[in-house]
Every structure is written in structure tokens, then in C-alpha cells.
Write a protein that binds this ligand. Structure first.
Ligand code: FES
Length: 103
């Protein structure tokens, strides 16, 4: 049975081999050439950081490196997810305090 293409492409589109990264320890598969932001978006990870004062969720906003709303930690370095290309073994961590229960 053919694999569903997911939200990235039309069914007739062909893709190369996948790479594997983790986000907060959870495995995520992506394709070479994708940005971390879009790989996480396709994996239904919309919250990439939380604001320092209120812990409000933040995620992709401009998707072109201007707003810094997509700031994550990649292999220990703060990086804009919309500008970073995925690679195999990459370790992504979201930034900010954990949300309060029920938030
Ligand atoms: S979404 Fe604005 S800098 Fe990445």
C-alpha cells in the first residue's frame, strides 16, 4: 500500500529518502531540503517556544527569518527553525517554560 503523502505534497509527487530528527525527544521524519519549521509543522508541532513572561505558545509566523517567533534550540544552539535545514540526527528542543496545567 502506498504511503499517504501528508500535508507536504500532491500524491503524484516523488520524494527522496527521509532523515530523522528529534523534537523534545520525539522522533520526527523529514525530507532533505525541508526546513525544521516545516518538518515540525507537517508533524503537527505548532508550538516551537513559549514566551518568557506568560508562557504563551509561539510558532511559525513570518517563515522567512524576520520575527524570531520560531526560535528553537538545535543541537544546543538557539536557531530560527524557519531558516535551518533538516539533517539526519538533528536534536531540536523547544524553548520556554512548560505550560500551566489546563493552559
Ligand atoms: S517564523 Fe519568523 S523568524 Fe522564523
Amino acid at each position: 500500500m502506498a504511503e499517504a503523502p501528508g500535508p507536504r505534497l500532491r500524491p503524484e509527487s516523488a520524494r527522496g529518502p527521509r532523515v530523522r530528527l528529534t523534537c523534545d525527544g520525539v522522533p520526527v521524519e523529514a525530507h532533505p531540503g525541508e526546513t525544521v519549521a516545516m518538518a515540525l509543522w507537517a508533524a503537527d508541532r505548532r508550538t516551537l517556544r513559549r514566551s518568557t513572561r506568560l508562557g504563551a505558545p509561539r510558532g511559525v509566523f513570518c517563515n522567512m527569518g524576520i520575527c524570531f517567533e520560531c526560535l528553537v534550540r538545535i543541537d544546543g544552539h538557539a536557531t530560527r527553525a524557519c531558516l535551518a535545514e533538516v539533517r539526519d540526527g538533528m536534536r531540536v528542543e523547544t524553548i520556554g517554560p512548560a505550560p500551566e496545567a489546563g493552559a
